[in-house]
Design a protein around this ligand. Structure first.
Ligand SMILES: [Zn+2]
Length: 261
């Protein structure tokens, strides 16, 4: 493709990503509160004033309003433009890595679902079933049609990914003397397995556990949290899944090269 076309395409996909990121913010705010994500329209959580379209343009409106509500001047949390930017960058990255294809579109759905899960788990310690259950189904359907792992690879991913976490959740009271994981983490890994297959699910768990341990130990050392405090595991699994999504095949190829000598 011509370079200008690629640039225009990246910009269109990036802007769409930011718009959808705006909707993801609505999901992250409303799903844990069991509110409808379709109605009512966006309004300020502080003064309940409806937000006009020109104050609801992803990232730009936040900058223009200097992070404050136009009507009551309450601070708009920084995670709003952050999620919008992450979704925009993610879509652009997926387009760059996987080209203009149905595979890229499927991974886009997966990527956005991961962002919602990380957001709700960080803010409310909840991984919503309304994301992960349809996520598993959509993953299976996408794998049967457009994803490289294929349908059986996807089924295996659900069983292995979900299965390992189910075993860990079952065993952790015996191994570590406390509840390690919730049912939400198991369903999250089942969704990850449905999109990425069993190898990358295992990689996700390894990277997620490593990140979780490092951050956990650092937070305890810095006395931000206590040893017995609960740290949501979902965001670390999401980080692991993102590494696996973008670089997983590259890491697997490298690893097999090392094994082959
Ligand atoms: Zn307000």
């Amino acid at each position: 493709m011509h370079e200008t076309h690629v640039l225009v395409l990246l910009l269109i996909v990036g802007f769409s990503g930011a718009l959808i990121g705006s909707f993801l913010n609505v999901c992250i705010y409303r799903l844990p509160r069991q509110e409808s994500i379709a109605w009512p329209g966006s309004h300020c959580p502080q003064c309940a004033h409806p937000i006009a379209w020109y104050d609801n343009i992803p990232i730009l409106s936040y900058v223009a309003l200097r992070g404050r509500c136009r009507y009551c001047a309450v601070g708009i949390p920084f995670h709003y433009p952050f999620i919008e930017a992450l979704n925009a960058l993610g879509y652009m990255g997926l387009l760059w890595f996987f080209g203009l294809s149905w595979t890229t579109a499927a991974y886009g759905v997966f990527y956005s679902a991961l962002l919602v899960v990380a957001g709700t788990d960080l803010s409310h310690k909840i991984i919503p079933n309304v994301v992960t259950f349809p996520g598993v189904l959509i993953g299976l359907v996408c794998a049967a049609t457009v994803l490289p792992i294929g349908f059986m690879g996807s089924v295996l991913g659900v069983l292995v990914g979900g299965g390992i976490l189910w075993l860990l959740a079952w065993a952790s009271p015996y191994l570590f003397g406390k509840e390690g994981m919730g049912g939400g983490d198991i369903k999250l890994l089942a969704m990850i397995g449905a999109f990425l297959g069993w190898k990358l699910s295992v990689m996700t768990i390894m990277i997620g556990s490593l990140l979780g341990s490092i951050v956990g130990i650092a937070l305890i050392a810095l006395q931000v949290i206590k040893r017995e405090d609960y740290i949501p595991f979902g965001p670390f699994l999401v980080c692991g899944a993102l590494v696996a999504l973008f670089f997983g095949q590259f890491i697997l190829d490298w690893y097999q090269g090392v094994l082959a000598g």
